[in-house]
Design a protein around this ligand. Structure first.
Ligand code: SF4
Ligand code: SF4
Length: 176
């Protein structure tokens, strides 16, 4: 089976250093606004800082996958004596909360690692060095990559319908 090199991008979060300044939310929302940098709206950011001052909790969480179904379980974490909210560490845009949904359209938001930039902007602008960017390469079977792509396409079609996905792909291939 053919092997392909896949680039794995990671942002490590050193939450103890976070002071809740929310610069990461500001820069992310500005970068993803249309036209780019035209507006700032932390509610449209792909990173959200959970802030519980009285509990000394400042926790940056990145938007992950969209899920159409709410899960039945809830996780509760206590770390260094601090009790975190249920769902605090979950990255999903899901029906049980407003987090990681575009405030205007309601569509799910997902961190894209600032595709096209040399460095994710939230990492670049976090002056407390809470967010640490790492990159590595892994050899994977070509088939695994194709499976991942098909799963992603199926999810998009389920959410937006086949026609919209096809017209978006046609538009993207024309723009080139
Ligand atoms: S920019 Fe850094 S310190 Fe400020 S809220 Fe975001 S992660 Fe925390
Ligand atoms: S990596 Fe880019 S898209 Fe992801 S949260 Fe940071 S600024 Fe937003």
């Amino acid at each position: 089976m053919a092997k392909i090199t896949k680039k794995i991008k990671t942002i490590k979060v050193d939450a103890d250093k976070c002071n809740g300044c929310r610069t990461c939310e500001i820069v992310c929302s500005a970068h993803h606004s249309t036209p780019q940098y035209s507006t700032i709206n932390p509610a449209a950011s792909r990173i959200h800082v959970i802030t519980r001052r009285l509990r000394d909790i400042w926790l940056p969480v990145f938007a992950g996958e969209y899920t159409p179904a709410e899960c039945n379980g809830r996780d509760k974490y206590v770390i260094d004596g601090k009790e975190y909210d249920e769902c605090a560490f979950c990255r999903a845009a899901c029906p049980s909360r407003d987090l990681f949904k575009d405030p205007d359209s309601g569509l799910p938001l997902k961190c894209d690692m600032c595709e096209g930039e040399d460095m994710p902007l939230c990492v670049e602008w976090c002056l407390n060095e809470v967010l640490i960017y790492e990159e590595r390469e892994e050899e994977v079977d070509e088939e695994v990559l194709l499976d991942e792509m098909e799963t992603g396409l199926e999810a998009l079609m389920e959410k937006f319908g086949r026609d919209k996905v096809e017209s978006a792909m046609n538009r993207m291939s024309r723009n080139g």
